[in-house]
Every structure is written in C-alpha cells, then in structure tokens.
Design a protein around this ligand. Structure first.
Ligand code: C5P
Length: 220
C-alpha cells in the first residue's frame, strides 16, 4: 500500500519491435524505439509490481528493477509472454510485425545478376494481445496500445472489443507528431467507460500516469 500499491502483483510488458527474418542477414520489422514500453515496465516496478519485460530488439538499455527477456520474432515474444501467465497485469506495447516471412531461408539469398527479385511469401503472426486477452489465465488488467495515423478513437474502440482488452492507449503516430522515435507522446485512454484525452507528455510521464491508473483499477 501507500507508495507501493502494486507490491505482490505481477506484470508482463512487451516493448520494442519484432524482427522477422528473411534470411540470416535480412529482416522485416515495424518502427519502434521501445521507449514507451520500457518506461511503463519501470513505472510499474516503481509502484511495487514484479515486472517481466519481454523486449524485441532495441538500442535502449534494460530498465532498472525489471526482469528483461530479449526476443527477436513475434512467435518468440508470444511464447515468452504466454509462458509467464498467470499474471495480474499485462501491458502489450510492442509493435509486433503483422506478418513473418512464410519460409525464411537458412542461408543468405544471393542477388543473381539479371534475375528478377525473389518473391516474399508472408504468413500471419500471432496476435499476442488478443491471445492474452482471451486466455484462460487472463490477467485482471489487460492493456493494449493502438498506434494509428487515422480515426484514432474509432480504431482504438474496435481494438478494445476484438482483443479482449480493458484499456487501449491510442496515439497518433503520423510523421508530423514526432511521436515515433521521439521522447514525447499524446495519448487517448479508451476503455468501457469512454475516452480520456491526456495532454502532450513525456513518455516517462505517460508511463507514470498509466501505472497509477492500472494500480487504481486493480487495487482501488
Ligand atoms: O498492431 P495493432 O494496432 O493491432 O496493435 C494493437 C495492440 O496489439 C498493441 O498493444 C500491440 O502491442 C498488440 N499486438 C500484439 N500482437 C500482434 C499485433 C499487435 O500483441 N501481433
């Protein structure tokens, strides 16, 4: 209680991108610095939670007070998350690649002079948030993110429903916002209760507020 309301609670946070290999030297990925997810993991830990951060490849350091697991592909991230259930809290912030390369090559694909580029056959990746949101060991609080460039609230609300989340943190990542790769974020919190618009904040402050909100929902 007091300043550590999440003492005794466990949390799983995903952060960063996933890298989906094409061959041993090439991959496809979403853009993500991991800044927001890492900040949320640290903020939950400061409130007393025992936090596991499952991070895709990022260049920022592991946060303090958190147990960090490093993964590369979406399937690895899913396995790392699901194997750590049950938990009290899940916050899925990672920018998971929607598709992986259906059969990635075990050797470097060679560029052949005069030949057409090789086709890339894609397969759908598991949706980790949706898996957690509908899992038999579903955490009491499941939070997702929605990085959108259009119809932020409408897309966030439909995601809430579809993925079985309690809360969607929606942000506009249009290039002119500078959110992508930057240190600041302007989010809308979408839940069954409606939409709450937060002001432009540092990603650390967004994390702080979100952790406090989660603590309030979980332990009152
Ligand atoms: O990509 P999308 O907009 O659907 O992401 C919304 C939420 O779902 C985010 O919280 C993201 O971390 C999560 N997600 C996931 N696994 C995926 C795709 C998205 O956990 N394969």
């Amino acid at each position: 209680p007091g300043d550590r309301p999440l003492a005794g609670k466990t949390a799983i946070v995903t952060s960063g991108p996933t890298h989906e290999p094409i061959d041993p030297v090439r991959y496809i990925a979403n853009r993500s610095s991991g800044r927001q997810g890492h900040a949320i993991a640290a903020a939950l830990a400061r409130l007393g939670a025992e936090v596991t951060l499952v991070s895709g490849p990022v260049t920022i350091p592991d946060p303090q007070g958190v147990s960090t697991v490093h993964v590369e592909r979406a399937e690895e991230m899913r396995d790392a998350v699901v194997s750590r259930l049950p938990a009290d809290i899940a916050v899925m912030v990672a920018a998971v690649a929607d598709w992986r390369v259906a059969s990635s090559a075990g050797h470097k694909i060679k560029k052949q002079p005069g030949e057409a580029p090789p086709p890339l056959q894609l397969a759908e990746n598991p949706d980790i948030l949706k898996t957690v949101g509908h899992h038999e060991n579903r955490p009491r609080i499941v939070v997702g993110f929605a990085a959108e460039t259009q119809d932020v609230v409408a897309n966030g609300s439909s995601k809430l429903e579809r993925k079985g989340a309690d809360m969607i943190v929606a942000n506009d990542v249009s290039p002119e916002t500078g959110v992508m790769g930057g240190t600041r974020n302007r989010v809308k919190i979408i839940s069954g209760g409606g939409v709450d618009e937060w002001p432009d904040l540092d990603k650390d402050e967004v994390a702080e507020r979100l952790a406090a909100l989660i603590a309030q929902k979980l332990v009152g």
